[in-house]
Every structure is written in C-alpha cells, then in structure tokens.
Ligand binder design. Sequence first.
Ligand code: SF4
Length: 701
Amino acid sequence: MQKKNEHKTICSYCGVGCGILVEQDSKGNISVEGDPDYPVNKGMLCSKGKNLNYVAQDTSDRILYPEMRWSRNHPLQRVSWDTAFDRAAAVFKSIIEKHGPDSVGFYVSGQCLTEEYYLVNKLTKGFIGTNNIDTNSRLCMSSAVVGYKKMLGEDSVPISYEDIELSDCFLIAGANPAWCHPILFRRIENHKEKNPDVKIIVVDPRKTQTCAAADLHLQILPGTDVILFNAMARWLIEKKKIDRNFIKKHTVNFDAVKESAFQLSLKKAAELCGVSVEDIKKAAMYIGNAKAFISMWTMGLNQSVIGVSKNVSLMNLSLLTGQIGKPGAGPFSLTGQPNAMGGREVGGMASLLAAHRELGNPKHRKEVTDFWGGKEIKSEPGYTATEMFDALESGKMKAVWIICTNPIVSMPNVHKAERALKNASFVVVQDISHNSESTKFADLLLPAAGWLEKDGTMTNSERRISYLPKVIGAPGEALPDAEILWKFAQKMGYHGFDYKNTSEVYDEHCLLTKGTEIDITGLSHERLKREGSFQWPVPHATHMGTPRLFTDYQFFTNDKKSHFNAPASLYNKSEITTPEYPLILNTGRVRDQWHTRTKTGKVKRLLTHIPDPYLEMNKVDAYLRKLKDGDIAVIKSRRGTVRVKVKVNFDIREKVVFLPMHWGKVLNNDFGRANNLTNDLVDPVSKEPDFKYCAVEVAKY
Ligand code: SF4
C-alpha cells in the first residue's frame, strides 16, 4: 500500500522508463527506490536512477529567475517574468513580421513531457505558422521512425518488455544496453540465466559489457551493418529458414529484399564486415531456429548517413522469419531519452504531424488545422535539428528557442552550432541548470521546473504512458515548461492557450488522437493516476491498453501488409579514411553519465565509475603511435581537435577509436568534447546525423 508521503513516478533518464517511489520526510528530504509494482523494473533501478534524489535536492546549479540582456555586449541581468514574456513576444513578433514565420524556430528535447511537446508543436505549426520545431530526438531515433513507417506503415514499436521473457533469441546491434539501458538488460540476463538455451548475438565494433552475456559477438567494421544483415537474410533464404506462409499472406516486396541480399556472397560480405563466414552463418542459424526472435538496436544503427538502410535491413530479418505480432518476437528500437516516444506521438518534429498524421497529406493537415483553429499548417517540413543550426549560421533563421537540451555539447560538428548561436539575432534558452553550456549563448534565459517539480506524462520505449506527479516546489521563480509555453502563446495574442493545468492540455492531445492508430481517448491524467500506466492504443475508458501490436497481422500500411524494404545503401561511405585521418571514431555513452551531464555530473557517486572523458584505443594502434594507457592524446578530425587520456585495450577493433559523448569543454579548452570532431552529414531521409563514423588521427600530446 502506498504511504502518505510516497509518490509514484518515472525515472527521468533513459527510455527504459523505470517506476520510482519517491518519499519525502518531515524535513523535506527526498529518498527514492524502485517501484516493486511497476511492470517495467519490478523494483530494480540502475545507478543513475538510484541517485536521482541527489539531483532533485541539489539546487546549487539551478537557474532561479529569468535573466535577459539587451545586447551581446551586456551581461545577463535578472528580470521579472512579465518583462521576459514581453521581450520574447515583442522580438518574435518583430522578426516574424520582418522575415516571415520560417525565420524563427524551436529546438526541444526528448526529456520534455508530452504536454510540453504538444504545446510547443501546436504553438509553432498551428499559430506561428512554421514547421520549424525539431528536437534532439532527431539525433537519436529519427532513422528508426522512418524504418518503422516504411516497414509497418507507422512509427510503431510492435512489442513490450514482457516479450523479453518469451523470446529465445536476441540480436542486439549497435547498442550497449548493459550500460545504457541497464534494467532492460538485467531482464535479458535474468531470462538467459534461467534459460541457458536462449541465444544472444551482439553486433558492435567494440567488445562492450553487453558482450559478457553474448553467445556470439560479431565485431564488425564500422558502417558495415547492412552488409551483415543482408548476408544473414541471404543465408536464411538459401537454407529455407524463412516463414513462407507469413511472407505470402502478410508482406510485399520480398523479391526486392532477396535481390539485395544476393548481391554479395557470404564470403564477400564477411570480408567487408571484417568477421568470419562461420560467425555470420551461426548468427543466421540462431535466428532461423528461434521460436521467438527479438532484434534490439540504438544509436549504432540510427546515427548514420545510412541509418534508414540499417534499420530496414535489420527489420527485414523479422519479416523474413515471420517474427512479429506474436509473443516474444519483433523489432524493438530502444529509446535513449525518457520521452522520445511521447514527442513522436504528438508530432513534435519538423517532419511529423500530430498523432502519426502525415504532414504531406492535405486531409491530415486540415484535420489538425481545424482542431487547433489557428493558421493553416504548411505542407513542407520545417528545418530539422542540423538544418536549424545551418539556417541560424547562414542568417535564414533569426531566432531560436531552445528547451531542455544542450546543443553546444550534443550537436555534431559542434563548432558550427556555436557559430550559429553567435550569429542568431535572438536566442532563448529554457532550462533548469546553469551547467548547460548552451545557457552562455542566451539573450533570454528562462528558469524551468525540473523532475518532481511539475506534472505530466511520458511514453517509454514500449509505448507505455505514465503520469509523473508534482512532488516538490520548484526553486526560485522557476515555472513548469508547459506554463512558460502557454503564457508565451497568450502574450503573442494566440487564442486556444488559456489552460489552467496540464491535465487540460493532455485531454486535448488525447482527443486529437481519436480514430488514429494511436488512439488514447481512453486516457486522462485522472485515469493514469488511479489505474497506473497503459500502452497505447487505449481507445476507450475501459480499454486496458495494448501490449503487443499486429497480433492480427493487420499492419498500419494502406494495404495492411508489412513491407519489405531493400536498403538504399550497403555501407557507410560518408568519410573516407586517408593516411592523414586513418582511424574511424565512434562516440557513445558510459554507464553512469547521461547526455551532457547537467544532472549526473553533479552526483559524486556517479563520478566514481568514470570521472573523466577518455579515448578507447586498440593496443596495436596505440603502439604504432607510441601511446601508453593514461597518456594524453590529441584526436584530430577534419572539423576540430580534442584532448583526452587514452585507455588502451584489445576490446576495440584496430583502426577504430571510441570517445564518450557526455563531456563539454572542460577548463575552457577542447578537452573532451567529442562533437568537436564529429560530422554533421545526415541520412537523406531521416536527417539523423552521422555521429558514429568520423575519420580521425590520434597523436601523443
Ligand atoms: Fe532510469 Fe534507465 Fe536506469 Fe531505469 S534503466 S533507472 S529508466 S536510467
């Protein structure tokens, strides 16, 4: 039974979305523990979740009141909320009048609550009249979004965490869930411990902690994933390990995939991937013999100029084997942020429309325009994340409003992002922490309420929607992001933003989903508080949610079939290695840090694991450069340099190096910021950047 001062909420970090019990004692101190009744984590929490009480209680870094400057030569000064809203509205109105609505934009975050995402999307597309609303989810999941749409008709994760315990084969590609989705990985480990015949295949150029549980590690060369998945497809077809009945009845385009898979022999594919033919055959055999097969992936596939090709070639394996719509089976993208899914559901990206409607569909646009009662929604996508910074740098965009994200550390080719914000006429940063490097670029800095200080909903990786209550007051004059947005909209003179609370915003969002494939008209804040979490769709008030999609094999495409897709590209050729830049840099996360460390960076316990940025490098490559473990090295790409200590081992492939993405500029120099080096080329369809493939050289400092 829930205690009086105990509140049920959700972890604010990764997309696993663990349930947390928060208790506040009579002195106001907060403690957290895993919620034993929450179906995702059943009481477990990883190191980051366990230490959230420190983050919530340490307000030393918090932005406490609005700050503003009249010109870049002046320091930020404290102002009232009234002054801040007046200035923001006056500048936005003046820029829009002079340069048109496409000269402004919003860059938001997969950490925003669904209600906040809904409001900023409505404000931008429905009232300002531009589709320039994008999010850091573009850097994370947009290749998976396009993959799902191409294969299944909509952006729809078909399965649930409960399918983990029903599966007997996992292919984990371009992901290190042991560190980055720890509680989900514990479930896989526990399942394997109880069922040793369960097979785990890991595809990664690095031997990560995830490989400790693997039956087979395919340590491929970076950028060769499509060749590998195609080779597995070829073996499955040749050995007749495919589900002919499923393919015939429920799919189209099989021949195109067969043709793609048969372009290369297994021998040639193995050579290009840098693995053995035997290992490819073994992996394909595990998949072909599985009763229930799940593929899981994250950034190793998504963050690529061929991210969509990587996604479809992996998902083809599920369709070939008929492993979808049944217990323990299906493709399962893992989101890195707590509400990346919620943002996608409200259509909070430059290329999306509310409730999985299509921006390019005039009927869909009219439905949303009529519902909001504002301006006619434009058909062309707005600027995506990298395009927005390009437009700010070139002067096409004049003003940007950044919410809950830190692009000065997280954007690829980050020097460009710095130039873009310097060149912008007006930058609003709405955040909780002065630790965000992006706050230094603000003309207007707005203090936002953080986790436990506001209420709303989030959707985790398995489509599970949960309510997060307000438990404590926000420090200083910080306001919930939703309230900041609706007050700004009111100041702009837009009608339809006179909300009294986030519950009203949520009801409006739910109503807009009516009749769509993600219909959640059966939900409300009250129901979520009363009955707990639900997986969409939840189309009426007594509906209990939908753990698994496509159990009737009716997909969300027009013809109701799942669509095989031949990958458009076989391998990543974005940056050619040369004698000057002979190594490929891969970036990613470490276990106890999260994103740009504005929260995890202030928890001492989390700094004991890996306190500083480092470069992981193969011993052979280190030897050739006269580098030893612990030496400081300079990493150089065509875009910039970084200095860090090297960590030398045989866990990473030769000619590949790895640098964590969390650190910004330390000591005001280029120590550790990985994105000084990375490439801002993007996948042509998903517009997701190529974080995982950047040619570099390393030398002793
Ligand atoms: Fe939070 Fe993810 Fe850890 Fe769960 S696994 S406690 S959601 S960081």
